[in-house]
Design a protein around this ligand. Structure first.
Ligand SMILES: *Cc1c(COP(=O)(O)O)cnc(C)c1O
Length: 424
């Protein structure tokens, strides 16, 4: 084994350092495996209960009427998330699109949207109109309020209560920290927040941005009161096999609105050809608990490696996980670049390319991104990105197999050692 790692550019000292840490993680990994097993059985049961059959793998073209694969898959998602209905479509282009559909389908002019958990994910700023944008909710007369979190990342219930008024129609709750360093919320915490909001006004629709959170726990936010959960199929639930898509699962009336918004008033769920993606959607969902567990183990492994070297890691090496993202504060531009080059060099695809920081649209600093993915932009595959600005955080996530996640992290450490930023 050591020799093979050596042939992949890993020195004996880096290998041994990582192996010792890995050996200490057995108990943590066992917990992850228990969640994985539970969720694997949950997915199988949902497929059985809804009588998934070979005919579900046939796609449709054109209008896509009576697509039994699509209709059954939506029932499977509803079973998994314990919701009345679901919309799972290749026509949903990404997570942001799924969130935009859920919001714009269920808000009307004069309504107010509330984020009780501080600033939402970057791309949502333009959806909402926090940053001026064409076709934002703001342009349609939907106002927005935001309650900041407490200093320690907990909910500020006073601020939330103060922000709710007779116009408040929908609360958007982002489960994952995304690319912030606040803590990610557990499903249980989200349940408490929803109870609080519903206690003030039971008619407020509670929507959870579930991106990166699916299958990390044995329950989902829809089991603790969320009226809608929303996510991307090129993250956890696509299992690395879905080549596109998003989902919205929730209350029947809300999902119906989403379908009319996604396709057209009068058409709703009835149209939307699946072409050839049904098999990948099913098989990816089947793989998703295993893939999510691999990504989680990778994140735990990395947190332990980098924390031991003295870097700040969020979540820390011991904390319980609620999403698959790992943040490491690397303190310098050179370290962020070396880390990302290491991740890239471990990829099965495009490993010979060298990522460089550049001024990506929508960001206020240069950003470096590492990804060598089978599905372009997929962040359930091993990937990393770092904005080139203090405190020089790198965020990384994914790994379709633990062996790959492990190799990527070892390679990132090797790159830091080679650049003489870290000495073991
Ligand atoms: C990824 C992500 C999104 C947006 O998803 P895209 O597929 O990139 O559009 C929204 N919210 C959170 C928390 C995410 O992690």
């Amino acid at each position: 084994m050591k020799e093979l790692y050596r042939s992949l550019g890993i020195s004996d000292s880096v290998y041994s350092y990582c192996k010792d840490i890995l050996d200490s993680l057995e108990d943590r990994f066992k917990e992850v495996d228990e969640v994985r097993e539970y969720n694997q059985l949950k997915v199988i049961k949902a497929m059985q209960d809804n009588r998934v059959s070979e005919s579900c793998f046939q796609g449709t073209t054109g209008y896509g009427y009576n697509d039994i694969g699509r209709e059954t898959l939506e029932k499977v998602y509803a079973s998994i998330f314990k919701t009345e209905d679901a919309l799972v479509r290749p026509q949903i282009t990404c997570g942001t699109h799924a969130l935009n559909v859920a919001l714009s389908a269920n808000l009307r002019p004069g309504d107010e949207l509330l984020s009780p958990v501080g600033k939402p994910y970057d791309t949502l700023e333009e959806v909402i109109g926090i940053r001026e944008s064409k076709c934002s909710l703001k342009e349609f007369g939907i106002t927005y309020k935001q309650a900041e979190l407490n200093e320690d990342g907990s909910f500020n219930y006073d601020a939330i209560k103060a922000a709710i008024n007779e116009k408040t129609k929908l609360a958007t709750i982002q489960r994952s920290k995304g690319y912030l360093t606040r803590p990610t919320f557990s499903v249980k915490q989200i349940g408490e927040l929803i109870s609080f909001i519903k206690g003030i006004n039971p008619n407020i629709i509670c929507m959870v941005d579930n991106c990166y959170g699916e299958f990390v726990d044995v329950i989902e936010p829809s089991e603790v009161g969320a009226d809608m959960v929303v996510g991307s199929l090129i993250k956890n639930p696509g299992g690395g096999l879905a080549p596109i898509g998003g989902y919205i699962a929730g209350r029947k009336d809300l999902i119906e609105n989403c379908a009319y918004r996604l396709t057209s008033p009068g058409l709703g769920k009835e149209v939307g050809a699946t072409l050839n993606v049904n098999t990948a959607f099913y098989q990816g969902l089947f793989m998703a608990p295993t893939v999510t567990a691999a990504a989680l183990k990778g994140a735990i492994f990395a947190a332990n490696i980098y924390e031991k070297l003295g870097y700040k890691v969020v979540p820390d090496s011991k904390e319980k996980r609620h999403d698959i993202i790992q943040a490491v504060t690397l303190n310098s531009e050179d370290a962020v670049i070396a880390f990302c080059k290491g991740i890239q060099a471990a990829a099965p695809v495009d490993s010979y390319l060298s990522p460089e920081p550049w001024a990506m649209p929508g960001y206020d600093s240069d950003v470096i991104m590492a990804a060598g993915a089978f599905v372009s932009g997929s962040s359930i595959e091993l990937s990393a990105d770092g904005p080139i600005k203090p405190p020089y955080n790198v965020y990384f996530q994914g790994g379709l197999t633990f062996d790959h996640a492990k190799f990527g992290i070892i390679k990132s450490l090797q790159a830091l050692v080679d650049a003489k930023i870290v000495s073991l």
